[in-house]
Design a binder for this molecule. Structure first.
Ligand SMILES: Nc1ncnc2c1ncn2[C@@H]1O[C@H](COP(=O)(O)OP(=O)(O)OP(=O)(O)O)[C@@H](O)[C@H]1O
Length: 317
């Protein structure tokens, strides 16, 4: 197991004790692989290839670490949500009561039941491949994540809201060049060039480019309301919003998923997307560092690819 003791205002530590006890009583050998921070935990997880299963306790940041350690390996992943943002757990219908979630994990391990879902493999020219469970953000939502990660106060969901207000206040749209493969829905995006082999290219100005495996990010923002976690596809949101006023109205609309009714918001569906700054964009004016599951990934360019069935999430039928 791996725990973020700070998640949920310290609830992570308490829930982890219960989980540890329940797993031991069920006859499992339990190793606590939690580090002193996210990077230390990731390093400890990367060194273990012998786990029967990995159970993470925390928010979407811990799901990110768990996906990184288990995606594509066949090792089942258990999730006990105690964070502020528990989007992955919510989308999978896991109990939001952490003690019920512990029960579910213990029962799934006993019964050998797991749900097979997709994950996003992220590759770029400079960094090793990374796995993302929820969504890859490369626009305003990435800037908000970066700011929220750097803030100590306020805690909880309010931190994301404060970060969003600050980023909207200094917002300027970015110029992107996108390449999509395995396109099955063009989302009505003007200027998209679609080729016979189901690839497509687009260049333009946008506030958000987000490749989503699940419907929600940031603790309930319904960024891609119809995204399915097991369709082998990414829902790619392109918000061709260029003014600060429009950016300010789009963010609150996303909580209800109402942004998709706007004519300048497009949801495409494809197997993979490569996201670059448009040619000629000076580095100082380029899009922000991409984030995945609310964690920093890498500067653009990057390719996000849906990998069908990469994750086996412990849950009972
Ligand atoms: N042992 C640890 N100590 C401190 N931070 C950790 C630890 N393990 C992971 N983290 C990091 O904490 C961050 C937030 O993690 P997580 O998503 O689990 O919680 P959260 O929902 O943001 O938490 P909170 O409820 O405190 O807002 C992530 O960047 C994660 O890597």
């Amino acid at each position: 197991m791996a725990v973020n003791p700070t998640a949920g205002a310290g609830r992570g530590r308490v829930v982890a004790t219960v989980l540890h006890d329940r797993l031991r009583r069920a006859g499992h050998r339990v190793t606590d692989l939690s580090g002193t921070d996210g990077a230390a935990t990731a390093a400890r997880l990367a060194a273990r290839h012998d786990l029967e299963a990995l159970v993470v306790v925390g928010g979407d940041g811990m799901v990110h670490l768990g996906a990184g350690a288990t995606a594509g390996t066949g090792t089942p992943l258990g999730v006990v949500p105690v964070g502020t943002g528990n989007d992955f757990a919510a989308v999978l219908g896991l109990p939001d009561d952490p003690l019920e979630a512990v029960d579910r994990v213990v029962r799934a391990l006993h019964d050998g039941t797991a749900r097979t879902v997709d994950a996003i493999e992220v590759t770029g020219p400079h960094d090793p491949p990374r796995w993302v469970a929820g969504a890859v953000s490369a626009g305003l939502d990435a800037a908000v994540s970066a700011r929220a990660l750097g803030m100590r106060r306020p805690r909880g969901a309010a931190r994301y809201t404060v970060a969003a207000l600050a980023e909207i206040a200094r917002f300027r749209a970015w110029d992107y060049a996108l390449e999509l493969t395995g396109l099955v829905d063009d989302g009505g995006l003007p200027g998209l060039t679609v080729h016979d082999d189901a690839s497509a290219t687009w260049q333009g100005r946008a506030a958000m480019v987000t490749a989503a495996n699940i419907a929600r990010i940031g603790g309930g923002i319904r960024v891609a309301p119809h995204a399915l976690v097991d369709d082998g596809l990414l829902d790619v949101l392109v918000a061709s919003v260029t003014s600060r006023t429009a950016a300010a109205s789009i963010f609150p609309a996303m909580y209800a998923g109402a942004h998709t009714r706007r004519r300048d918001v497009h949801l495409l569906r494809a197997r993979a997307v490569t996201i670059r700054p448009a040619p000629g964009t000076p580095a100082s004016a380029g899009p922000p560092v991409a984030h995945g599951d609310g964690e920093a990934l890498a500067a653009l360019p990057l390719t996000a690819r849906a990998v069908a069935g990469a994750l086996h999430v412990l849950t009972s039928a």
